[in-house]
Design a protein around this ligand. Structure first.
Ligand code: FAD
Length: 427
């Protein structure tokens, strides 16, 4: 059977050592079979184990092989859609529940890191940087909105203040969220996997779920084994393919690219980001960056609809980095990689249940580090019979992409081009 390695990322090169995990080669029985060892799967597994369920995790490649081991590492709270838009779509009662949960994922990550002593370079502080007056106005209204839901920790920054936290002259201002921050994402996933195993959970790598036999006693088949379970959690996100056809129709895998510089040294690193906060700008196709534990700059941006791998990632992302930081023109790029996230038309997560016992959460459309941790908690609650918060997500409406499977990629690219043009023109 093929052994799928990690992509050649900075994260894989600096991963904490872990023991090899076997492929499933027998038939096992468990309360819950989780498909996918990214944050959604691992967070679900951990909450379920803590609640007394037995859990078996099947991972097609390796723990954190997908977006969870490749992302920008930014702990960005809330959803990929503004809460006022959500409120207009679903009404005030459901919006209240979703609004209250919006900053919980960051807390869950911090609790996990502390409780299981996960070494993942956790740092506090995330900045949303405004490039235009319109974006600054949007941040001001966002802050007011979040305060309505009880989230009062956000600080608006004027032009002078934002220059104190990032050495970039493009920004007119911004907003600081000290409940945001950043992590080494693969080491977070590896630490969570170790926590799963410390509670008796089983993780099989190189063990793709290739077929689900549905029914009262569902069975998940892998190439060489099977898992009989009471419940199944589908957490394969953008890497799931067509295992569950109902889910594929209303979501679209998209690629996004990341580069990592050589180590910058303490002085240059402190000059760029003196407080070591992470930053994302407010454009529709946004740029995001932060320092690593060993003082490299990780810079990401752009979207490839349909998740084709671009030939030369450095050629796409380096100019964006130099636009923000021309002072890095002589700095070498040591790593460049791509990863897939799952987009929905509404940019809200797709959550629900198929039949009585197959649960899923996917498609958080960009910002997923915090949401996926919350999703694990909400799915575990639902399996324990407390479905109020699960229902708040499950009732979010989802629609197929215009153009269907054939034309959804060009239609979405056209939409993104239109919104990026608006960003560039400042309206
Ligand atoms: C390059 C990049 C940068 C990003 N940056 C940020 C960021 O800075 N901040 C932020 O909030 N979000 C970011 N995101 C989004 C965030 O990383 C994701 O939303 C989140 O990690 C998704 O987690 P997940 O567990 O749902 O999916 P994944 O992490 O993709 O995990 C899915 C797992 O399921 C496995 N799998 C799939 N199918 C099967 C199967 N049939 N059988 C067994 N296993 C299977 C896959 O191998 C994979 O390991 C970024 C995403 C990318 C790609």
């Amino acid at each position: 059977m093929a052994n799928t390695p990690y992509p050649q990322s900075y994260y894989a090169a600096s991963a904490n050592p872990v023991p090899p995990r076997p492929a499933l080669q027998e038939e096992v029985q468990t309360d819950v079979c989780v498909i996918g060892a990214g944050y959604t799967g691992l967070s679900s597994a951990l909450f379920l184990l803590e609640a007394g369920f037995s859990v078996t995790v099947l991972e097609a490649a390796k723990v954190g092989f997908g977006a969870s081991g490749r992302n920008g590492g930014q702990i960005v709270n809330s959803y990929s859609r503004d809460i006022d838009v959500i409120e207009r779509t679903v009404g005030p009662k459901q919006a209240q529940l979703l609004g209250h949960m919006a900053f919980e994922g960051g807390r869950i990550i911090r609790e996990r890191v502390a409780k299981y002593n996960i070494q993942c370079d956790l740092k506090d502080g995330g900045v949303f940087a405004a490039l235009t007056a319109k974006q600054m106005g949007h941040l001001e209204s966002q802050k007011r909105l979040w305060e309505r839901f009880g989230h009062t920790q956000l600080e608006l920054m004027d032009q002078k203040r934002i220059r104190e936290v990032v050495d970039c002259d493009q920004y007119l201002g911004g907003m600081l969220d000290m409940s945001g921050g950043h992590i080494h994402p693969l080491n977070l996933a590896l630490g969570e996997a170790a926590a799963v195993e410390s509670l008796g959970g089983k993780i099989y790598e190189q063990s793709p779920a290739v077929r689900i036999e549905r029914g009262a006693n569902p069975v998940v088949h892998t190439p060489q084994g099977k898992v009989r379970a009471k419940f199944i959690i589908v957490a394969g996100n953008a890497y799931l393919g067509n295992l569950v056809p109902e889910l594929a129709a209303k979501s679209m895998p998209c690629g996004t690219q990341v580069i990592t510089t050589e180590p910058l040294g303490e002085d240059l690193a402190r000059q760029l980001l003196p407080q070591d906060y992470c930053v994302e700008d407010c454009n529709y196709l946004l740029d995001y960056y932060r320092l690593t534990g060993d003082k490299r700059l990780i810079f990401g941006g752009g979207v490839v609809y349909g998740a084709r791998d671009p030939a030369n990632i450095e050629a796409i992302i380096r100019p964006k980095m130099l636009k923000a930081f021309p002072q890095l023109k002589d700095v070498k790029i040591d790593y460049a990689w791509t990863g897939n996230f799952l987009l929905t038309l509404s940019r809200l997560p797709q959550v629900g249940r198929l039949g009585d016992n197959i649960y899923y959460s996917q498609g958080c459309s960009g910002h997923g580090v915090t949401y996926t941790h919350l999703a694990g908690k909400v799915l575990a609650e639902a399996l324990r019979g407390q479905a109020e918060r699960f229902d708040a997500f499950a009732e979010l409406p989802h629609y197929p992409f215009p153009g269907g499977q054939m034309l959804r990629v060009p239609f979405s690219a056209l939409g993104a081009w239109y919104y990026s043009l608006r960003d560039r023109l400042g309206f």
